[in-house]
Design a protein around this ligand. Sequence first.
Ligand SMILES: Nc1nc2c(c(=O)[nH]1)N[C@H]1C(S)=C(S)[C@@H](COP(=O)(O)O)O[C@H]1N2
Ligand SMILES: [Mo]
Length: 178
Amino acid sequence: MNRSRSSRLVLALAIGVVATGAGRAAFGQAPTPAKDAKPTVALRVHGEVAKPLELSAADLAGLKRQTVTARAHDNRESRYEGVALHDVLQKAVLPAGKDLRGKAVSLYLIVEAADGYQALFALPELDPAYTDRTILLADRRDGQPLTAREGPYQIIVPGEKRHSRWVRQVVGLRIGKD
Ligand SMILES: Nc1nc2c(c(=O)[nH]1)N[C@H]1C(S)=C(S)[C@@H](COP(=O)(O)O)O[C@H]1N2
Ligand SMILES: [Mo]
């Protein structure tokens, strides 16, 4: 290999390394987020809503805190803290209360988890005009943040005899209709 060929090769390799993430790490430069970067999306509210949302943890923290006591799948009774699922949905503007009638009564909620698990709720199950049971989007159990397996957000359904709708690692709320 002559000298100019080998220097071209070195240059090509250097460009290749810089162009990859591994190159950035090798050069000790963490990728810096843009100044106006949006906060990380914690929860998407989408589907048949007037106002689809991408909520950050801070957006969720701005909602009214609620507490429910419920017995989890491990049979342990715990105090869960978080926000009412209904309040989260209301931010995306959905029929509620006396407006939850007619066609709106066939709307449904699919809770979506990070592992692809999904569970369905009918809107009246969540609406305080219909029921006194609060279904919670919890972020704390007995004063501690949820574990990585459970959270950061988990659906808590007090009084439900089976736990298949206690969706762990919630990432989305999708409103559907037929
Ligand atoms: N994300 C996610 N949540 C989930 C499930 C799942 O597979 N993925 N399984 C459900 C079912 S069927 C049950 S019985 C409970 C089990 O809760 P545990 O794993 O904490 O015992 O979680 C529910 N939530
Ligand atoms: Mo289950």
